[in-house]
Design a protein around this ligand. Structure first.
Ligand SMILES: Nc1nc2c(ncn2[C@@H]2O[C@H](COP(=O)(O)OP(=O)(O)OP(=O)(O)O)[C@@H](O)[C@H]2O)c(=O)[nH]1
Ligand SMILES: [Mg+2]
Length: 681
């Protein structure tokens, strides 16, 4: 189908607003599906995943579509749970239009605000869809006021509920109409036409002359401009449940939602980092192919499926394409159009199309696929994704599963840009970070159900460290005589504290061959063993200089192992006299919250040995607070911030420096430690 007839819509908005139900209702109303499925029965096109059916929520973006009145409408249903907002935000680069679905009972909610802002930032055309107008608690008139209050007077109704939400009356295509539940059709019509003509001076002049007689067809291009400029955000009322307003919504989308050429152009950049500059791609089927992967699906049976939006050119079966700057091309063996979980082979996909390519290993989220090296360094400007901050240390339940777990995690991180894995070698642990408890639970369940790997989890350890506070010396003689050859090595060394963050230094000042050179590395080896296992509480040692001062050897009994042991013991004894302390990580926290929680957040930090170091106001009545606090005091911060802000807060942490723990804590940690005795000969 020609690109001039395509319309790409992302259904976004807070959980429970009815996005999946609305996709189902639109597919049904347009004749794309014969029976209308339901969330409760788990029979919708978009929530096909067993986990989605069990939880009664969408967990990932799903593509479906229908044809109506000569137009191809591609819908991307997205999850509205706050933990999954990253999976919603990332599809915005694939569409011209964001259809923000709002619950007629609750009005705008947390995710509504987030996606409205993200869609505006991307320059998308926005439609607000107030759904569930049939519900007993629905209050569509009040919700319209709240939307205008939150998002501006550009939010104007295209239609209005009537008969208490039993039906909907158009107020854009018709100038007059029957009584509605609030406002008159004539007044609503005039408001929206007034708003549209403001973007076009000639039209404005004609309108002032002809008044209400202006031909609506003449308004089309001004309407599209108003949408593109964010000067108009049409509001539609609907019930996915009863079908009230569905025909009107379908009609409005088909007649008014922009084609790829009518929307703002996608924000492609050429080059890396700061040197990148904007480039134009056009929805022209004859130009080079430029397509962007906005979703990766990994299925243990089907393999990897990359879902892409074609922005320029035409992808054809058999064609050679490149992924990013790869030299080697891959051949398009199969090209699919998606309808939920169903795939249908298509011969080609032109600009504006959303399609899928299977079994290409190099495809990854955010990859740009193209057919000429001219576009090697093209990227789509990324949407900032919320940071994943809730960590769980994981290990396989079965020994020997380590490699499988690593491979599966790698696949899941490929699918989900809001998932992050960190290796903490000092703590011997792998930590999986996600957006919240539900996110991590869903990911862990998926690992077990889809990939058959079971994991044990626990909170991540605090990366404590050990160091010393003063200089000390020690001498250790290792001597062993058991029957045959003996062992002999004597080491005298000095330990000195170094500046925080300096790490470890090893100096050889042995004079006159008291210890032969060949044995110096053995001493260092002994010292390094202690560095990793700690001295007083089992934490890695840092910020120390070890100087070997003197020693003795024996011409027959001195061998490597003797000096490893002597080095070890001498170091341990010197540390014991050098005022050893345990260090704890102090992190910089960057906390973003609504302005009215600022005081609570600062007070809470103060009770956790933290302090605010600065703050900055942000648009939308939000504030970013910079603070320093011990990491150990923030292990439950995710949950605390959520309850203090009603889920409106977010934060990032990064290591600032290490400081000595309080003496009481040092005592607890030291007592809890059972020293590991290395085997000695
Ligand atoms: N009364 C009424 N209920 C609706 C309507 N639309 C959806 N629902 C119900 O609301 C619940 C949530 O609907 P969904 O379609 O799953 O909502 P969603 O926005 O996709 O939610 P997430 O996938 O969690 O983001 C389901 O029980 C639906 O049956 C409606 O128009 N009227
Ligand atoms: Mg849903």
């Amino acid at each position: 189908m020609a690109e001039s007839s395509i319309c790409n819509l992302a259904l976004v908005g807070h959980t429970g607003a009815g996005k999946t139900s609305l996709a189902e209702a639109l597919l049904h109303a347009s004749g794309a599906i014969r029976a209308k499925g339901s969330i409760a029965r788990g029979s919708t096109v978009c929530d096909f995943d067993p986990q989605e059916k069990r939880l009664l929520h969408s967990l990932d973006a799903t593509v479906c579509g229908f044809d109506a009145d000569g137009r191809r409408v591609n819908l991307i249903d997205t999850p509205g749970l706050p933990d999954f907002v990253g999976r919603s935000v990332r599809v915005l680069g694939a569409v011209e239009t964001a259809a923000i679905v709002v619950n007629a009972a609750t009005g705008p909610e947390q995710v509504t605000h987030r996606v409205m802002a993200d869609a505006a930032e991307r320059g998308l055309c926005r439609f607000l869809i107030v759904n569930r107008i049939d519900a007993r608690e629905a209050r569509p008139g009040a919700v319209l006021d709240e939307l205008r209050e939150a998002f501006g007077r550009e939010c104007l109704p295209l239609n209005l509920p009537a008969d208490g939400g039993k039906r909907v009356v158009d107020c854009f295509f018709s100038r007059e109409g029957p009584a509605t539940d609030f406002s008159s059709v004539a007044a609503a019509h005039e408001s929206i036409v007034d708003q549209v003509v403001e973007v076009d001076e000639d039209l404005m002049a004609a309108y002032l002359e002809q008044g209400a007689e202006l031909d609506l067809d003449k308004l089309h291009s001004a309407f599209e401009k108003a949408l593109r400029d964010g000067h108009l955000i049409p509001v539609c009322f609907v019930s996915a449940e009863t079908g009230a307003g569905l025909a009107e919504l379908l009609d409005a989308l088909v007649r008014l939602a922009p084609t790829p050429a009518e929307g703002n152009p996608p924000q492609f950049m050429a080059g890396e980092g700061a040197a990148a500059s904007p480039v134009t791609v056009k929805p022209d089927p004859a130009l080079h192919v430029v397509a962007h992967v906005f979703k990766i699906l990994v299925d243990p049976f089907v393999g990897k499926l990359g879902v892409l939006r074609v922005h320029q050119g035409t992808i054809r079966i058999g064609q050679q394409l490149y992924v990013g700057s790869a030299r080697k091309a891959f051949r398009v063996a199969h090209l699919y159009r998606l309808q939920g979980k169903e795939t249908r082979e298509i011969p080609a996909a032109g600009p504006g199309e959303i399609c899928a390519i299977a079994k290409v290993d190099d495809l990854h989220f955010d990859a740009v696929v193209h057919d000429s090296h001219d576009e090697d360094n093209f990227h789509l400007r990324p949407s900032p994704l919320p940071p994943a901050m809730l960590g769980l240390a994981i290990e396989p339940e079965r020994r020997g599963d380590e490699q499988r777990v690593a491979d599966t995690l790698h696949k899941l991180v490929d699918e989900d840009p809001c998932l992050r894995i960190e290796q903490h070698p000092g703590e011997h642990e792998t930590v999986l970070y996600g957006m919240g408890e539900l996110h991590l639970r869903v990911v862990l369940e998926r690992m077990t159900e889809r990939f058959g790997v079971a994991l044990k989890t626990r909170p991540p350890r605090i990366p404590y460290r050990e160091t010393i506070t003063r200089t000390a010396e020690a001498l250790y003689r290792h001597k062993k005589q058991t029957g045959g050859a003996g062992q002999f090595g004597e080491v005298k060394l000095k330990v000195e504290p170094l500046a925080r963050g300096a790490g470890f230094e090893f100096v050889d000042e042995v004079f006159g061959g008291a210890i032969p050179h060949v044995f110096i590395p053995a001493i260092e080896k002994g010292v390094r063993q202690v560095l990793t296992e700690g001295v007083i509480a089992g934490f890695p040692f840092q910020d120390v200089r070890v100087t070997v001062l003197d020693g003795k050897h024996h011409p027959v009994d001195s061998k490597e192992i003797a000096f490893v042991i002597a080095g070890r013991r001498a170091f341990q004894e010197a540390v014991a006299q050098a005022g050893p302390v345990i260090l704890e990580p102090i992190v910089r926290a960057d906390i973003t919250v609504p302005v009215n929680s600022q005081g609570d957040i600062a007070a809470d930090l103060a009770t956790r040995r933290g302090r605010v170091t600065g703050s900055q106001s942000l648009p939308g009545n939000r504030v970013s607070i910079a603070a320093l606090a011990p990491l150990a005091e923030l292990s439950d911060y995710h949950a605390r911030l959520k309850s203090a802000t009603g889920g409106e807060g977010s934060y990032t942490l990064d290591l600032s420096h290490y400081e000595a723990v309080l003496p009481r804590r040092q005592q607890e940690l030291t007592q809890a430690h059972t020293p590991r005795h290395a085997a000695e000969h």
